[in-house]
Design a protein. Structure first.
Length: 195
């Protein structure tokens, strides 16, 4: 049985949404309550199933809001990369990468709202980790260790890593390049509760 489980989530949860404001579309970014409930749906059974002395580390939600600027910068650096065309053709994270006004929201509005939600999602991950770790919620009676990799916006974590052009690959201008994967792994390692 594992004694360390690292959970990474959130980027696809942002990218799978169609707008940032409730009422603007049928699938807006998750509210605080929806996000907290979703974390609990995964975390409660995980904590219940792991052996005693196990640790659960919640990695933070990456900065999806950086994708558009990173892709534009990548296009400027590499003549053979056209992130805009890739994003439109492959329908990649449209909430962040589509420059058009969609569901009444400009791209600038969406990127600001994504940044606010991403930050709040990480705060909620930290709050939930604290509630489980202390058993304040009554869902961790065996005292498993539950920690969040995110502390705040001033402390290095995956959630504070600002993606640049070299951090995303050229094939889809979305997923981390080798350099980006190394940066993520380095942050996770430095913030690991068991290193």
């Amino acid at each position: 049985a594992p004694d360390l489980v690292v959970v990474l989530l959130g980027g696809n949860d942002i990218c799978s949404r169609d707008c940032t404001q409730p009422g603007a579309c049928g699938s807006p970014l998750f509210s605080d309550t929806e996000w907290r409930d979703a974390i609990g749906l995964g975390l409660a059974p995980l904590v219940a199933a792991l052996p005693e002395n196990a640790t659960v580390s919640l990695g933070s939600v990456p900065r999806v809001q950086d994708l558009y600027a990173a892709g534009q910068a990548k296009e400027d650096l590499e003549n053979d990369v056209n992130c805009d065309a890739i994003w439109q053709t492959a329908d990649i994270c449209r909430i962040a990468t589509d420059p058009a006004t969609v569901n009444g929201e400009t791209q600038a509005q969406r990127l600001l709202a994504i940044a606010a939600r991403q930050r709040r999602y990480n705060e909620i991950l930290r709050e939930e980790a604290l509630a489980y770790d202390s058993n304040a919620n009554g869902l961790n009676p065996r005292g498993l260790r539950v920690v969040a990799e995110y502390t705040d916006e001033l402390t290095a974590s995956v959630g504070t890593l600002a993606f640049g052009p070299n951090d995303i690959n050229g094939s889809d201008c979305f997923h981390p390049s080798l350099l980006g994967q190394n940066a993520i792994a380095e942050r996770l390692w430095r913030n690991s509760p068991v290193r």
